[in-house]
Ligand binder design. Sequence first.
Ligand SMILES: C[S@@+](CC[C@H](N)C(=O)[O-])C[C@H]1O[C@@H](n2cnc3c(N)ncnc32)[C@H](O)[C@@H]1O
Length: 457
Amino acid sequence: MLANQTHRASDTPTVIDLFAGTGGLSGAVQSDLDIKKTYIDFDDIPVNPDWAFDSIRSVEQLTHGYHRYPAKFLPNVVKKIIEDHSPANCNVIADLFAGCGTTLVEAKVHGKRSIGTDINPVAQLITRVKTTPIIPETLQLSYENLIAQFDEFNEANYSDIQKHERLDYWFKPQEKSKIAFLFDIVHELIAEDFTKEFFYVCISHILKNCSRWLQSSTKPQVDPNKNIPDPFDEFKRHCQKMMKSNEEFYNDLNKKGYLDVPCDILLKDARKTQLKSESVDMIITSPPYVTSYEYADIHQLTAYWMEYVSSMSEFRKQFIGTSYSGNTSLEVRGSEQAQDIVYALAQKSKHIAQDVAQYFNDMQDVATEMARILVPDGHACIVIGNTKIKDVDIKSAEVFYEFLKNSGLHRIEVIKRSIPHKLMPTLRDVKTGKFTKLDNPNCKKVYPNEYILIMKK
Ligand SMILES: C[S@@+](CC[C@H](N)C(=O)[O-])C[C@H]1O[C@@H](n2cnc3c(N)ncnc32)[C@H](O)[C@@H]1O
């Protein structure tokens, strides 16, 4: 029996059979001497249909469609959290895993000041641009100025450019030189920093399309037969889409008088944000899943072009949930349930169990940090899903809930919502634990549901 199997959904823990002191390791013989362990379990919480949003046609309203970003929030979920679960007198909303800034964009359209932290400079760039409305006419002029330069492009001037060696792996010479030209003209011709960054985000988004990266994959994988589109065409196409979205965003904020509502996005670690204690009224966030997405690798094209990183191995280690944590211990602080999950996993793979132990310890630190920065009576709203790795249930939602409670927060509500399949990979390879496709015989469905923990300080 798995260490974390229980059969009731409630705050009142259920009793499960487990040999005390083994931490769930196999070989334990059940006996009358067994001490019963109690765990939190959300399994039986019914799915709340009000949070499904399965009939929505687009997740790309306003600036939400500027850049692809794995596991980004559904804007409607954030909108509903703000509208239904803000504490009284809510002025400042924070997202400690801001990603591409969904929370910050939604905070701004609701007239709330927001602060985001993320360890990924690519996320920081995207969020800054998505939360910065630009006068549409100014943008149009800059765009026309840029594309007028395309006729000046001379490939010979770019035959010998010195960029990170990995870019030669991902890009063929023709596309590489055109992309270098795009970066150059934006750098040289656009004076204003926010407008410059708008175009950098546009280039960042098209990098994958214009490289040998397999289009359907978030993982770094070469497609040897890829029909690579022309970078200038891609730039024009995506810029036009972004300009239309900017106009919608600008007009919406202008109409509401929210154009100047502040949004700050900081390159900080969620475990130690350096935000002031009791400075945030509400946290809306969604932590990374464990050993699922390697955000450092996923954004490497932009990271190398923008020269944000030189060593991928050092960069990766800062990300919570990475499978490159380098942790060599199985110890977990602050949750027996988490400890038992790690021990159960250790029987299947010690290396993965060590990464999961690191993940839980990191998340314990994040919970402490959240409690520190929230004002008294402030709310923390956490969107988090469970998963299964090597057939072991990784109950991240229950464990994080326990960490939040240990940090002094109280439950208001735990909502279960179903995740529309088109938005989230729901298949995992049972052998490797990695996301996979339907045609893989080892595939298994994972986290079709997720939880929204609504907590109060
Ligand atoms: C699930 S994504 C968040 C997506 C976000 N809700 C959105 O809508 O775009 C998790 C984020 O956590 C970030 N992250 C990972 N480790 C971090 C750390 N130590 N501190 C801050 N952010 C981190 C990743 O870069 C990633 O952007």
